[in-house]
Ligand binder design. Structure first.
Ligand code: NAD
Length: 505
């Protein structure tokens, strides 16, 4: 995969200390998933490159940390304006490297911009607490201070939105940042760094490096980095969490998912099927909040399977830039083959294949990384298509008899990112919301997030660490609390030193 630079190919630069740089390093390929061809190359950072980025971020830290939050917010406001002005350009970069449709890419950029809107309120968000007279003549206050140089490591499926979950909040809090986007979709991160500089961000506050495991390992081991945010698959999230803990770093590592949609017999079936189709096959199923498992309760099963089949087979598949396309290609040929392998396994393990997406060809794009929509019925919990995250346009249906059984099934799955219930019963929905062991819950909403001013994150194997991203939890992650206790001894109460812990206020 990695080879020396090809002089004919466009190269995606890194962004270090406010400048685009192309170090002479190992090179990786960036595909156009709709054509299957290599479109660009990208340099992969080694430990020395990471060290250069950390030095730039550390040098920028003192002035940025001490800049009034209001001034930081004003840079953020200009950045927001530039993102709005360049939304289409960023969406086009997303479609070109990821493959998702342009309207879907526009929506994902919008969701990311909402985090920047949230970060514009940082003066308010950083306000501390104050208590007068915690003891006689003694006051106490708390403040939140930045943690230092932070790093973010992001997945391929949201090239703009997921980086925007991280660096705007970290930077608004007064930290400096090193972003390592997925090497499969590197361009949008560099473009955002350029726009942030244009908005007035000082050099070194945001740096973008590219690469694979070697770059990530250098980030995890670097003593100059205080906190790491990660979003990606579960095995790597666990590795990031454990390695950061070993190196004494603060860490939040969001992992993979298997999101269930429970359909009760009283649900509006047409509405539920439409919602689930979009959530299962949108972005070709390459969303961590994609619905990948339908749990049909009792009499809901036959009608919901029939509707899902009809709607899945009507989905228009084509390049992300094609007018009216509902679904684009998968990100790489290797990923397409992996998804196809899961469909083969599902058939072999005895699941009933209702719609088969294998062998689907988009005319004129025969070499693109396309696969059609697949629907399985009568899936059992022991099958690999249920146990594993497929991350492709494959929807499976499991049949259970009762809501109790549905809740038990969802709660025994090791992933716990998102879940939805479709019902007309407020009582059933309320019980579900209360008992379900999952981080993000939708009631008649298939993908119940992200909302920038709430936090985003799962439970169990979908999150390693304590705090979710953005919202109030993001601010907590990127700041440390300091508690200050104050006494002014010249006031009326005589004060003497003491050897015992005081018992009276
Ligand atoms: P991935 O785990 O393969 O890669 C994520 C990041 O880790 C990339 O930057 C990559 O370069 C790096 N990486 C890959 N292998 C590594 C290794 N061995 N050591 C160190 N670093 C490594 O994930 P992906 O395929 O890019 O993205 C899809 C996954 O991300 C899915 O599992 C999806 O559910 C998950 N995801 C989760 C969320 C969430 O909020 N929980 C959001 C988006 C995506």
């Amino acid at each position: 995969m990695n080879k020396p630079a090809d002089l004919k190919l466009a190269t995606v630069p890194m962004w270090i200390n406010g400048k685009a740089v192309v170090p002479a390093l190992r090179m990786g390929e960036v595909f156009n998933p709709a054509t299957g061809s290599v479109a660009k190359q990208v340099p992969y950072a080694d430990a020395a490159t990471i060290d250069a980025a950390v030095k730039a971020a550390a040098a920028a830290l003192p002035a940025w940390r001490d800049a009034p939050p209001l001034r930081r917010a004003r840079v953020m406001q200009k950045f927001l304006q530039l993102l709005q002005d360049h939304q289409k350009e960023l969406a086009e970069l997303v479609t070109a490297e990821h493959g998702k449709t342009l309207p879907d890419a526009m929506g994902s950029v919008q969701r990311g911009m909402e985090v920047v809107e949230f970060a514009c309120g940082i003066p308010h968000l950083l306000k501390g607490e104050f208590s007068e007279n915690v003891g006689t003549g003694v006051d106490c206050h708390s403040l939140r201070q930045p943690v230092g140089v932070c790093a973010g490591i992001t997945p391929f499926n949201f090239p703009v939105m997921v980086p925007l979950w991280m660096f705007p909040v970290a930077i608004a809090c007064g930290n400096t940042f090193i972003l390592k986007p997925s090497e499969k979709v590197p361009s949008a991160s560099v473009r955002m760094a350029e726009l942030f500089k244009e908005a007035g961000l000082p050099d070194g506050v945001l740096n973008v490096v590219h690469g694979d495991k070697a770059a990530v390992d250098a980030i995890l081991a670097h003593p100059g980095i205080s906190a790491v945010s990660f979003v990606g698959s579960t095995p790597i999230a666990k590795y990031i969490y454990e390695t950061c803990a070993h190196h004494g770093k603060r860490v939040q590592a969001l992992g993979g998912a298997k999101n269930h949609a429970v359909v009760l017999p009283d649900a509006d079936m047409e509405f539920a099927a439409d919602a689930m189709i979009g959530a299962a096959y949108g972005s070709a199923g390459e969303r961590c909040m994609a619905i990948s498992a339908v749990v049909a309760v009792g009499d809901a099963a036959d009608p919901i399977v029939a509707l899902l089949k009809k709607k899945a087979e009507a989905i228009k598949i084509g390049p992300g830039t094609m007018d009216g396309a509902d679904m684009g290609p998968l990100v790489t040929g290797a990923h397409r083959d992996k998804v196809k392998g899961y469909v083969d396994a599902g058939v072999k393990e005895g699941a009933k294949i209702v719609s088969d997406g294998r062998g689907y060809v988009v005319k004129g794009h025969e070499n693109g990384f396309f696969i059609g929509t697949t629907l399985f019925d009568e899936v059992k919990p022991g099958m690999s298509i249920y146990k594993d995250e497929i991350f492709g346009p494959v929807l499976i249906v499991l049949r259970v008899k009762t809501l109790d059984e549905a809740i038990a099934l969802v709660n025994s799955n090791p992933y716990a990112n998102g879940v939805a219930i479709f019902t007309e019963s407020g009582g059933a929905a309320r019980r579900f919301e209360n008992e379900i062991q999952v981080g993000m819950v939708g009631v008649n909403v298939p993908i119940p997030v992200p909302v920038a001013f709430y936090s985003f994150g799962g439970w169990k194997n979908s999150l390693f660490g304590d705090l979710h991203v953005h919202g109030a939890e993001g601010v907590k992650f990127y700041t440390r609390t300091k508690v200050v206790t104050t006494r002014w001894p010249h006031t009326d109460t005589p004060v003497r030193g003491g050897f015992n812990m005081p018992t009276l206020g």
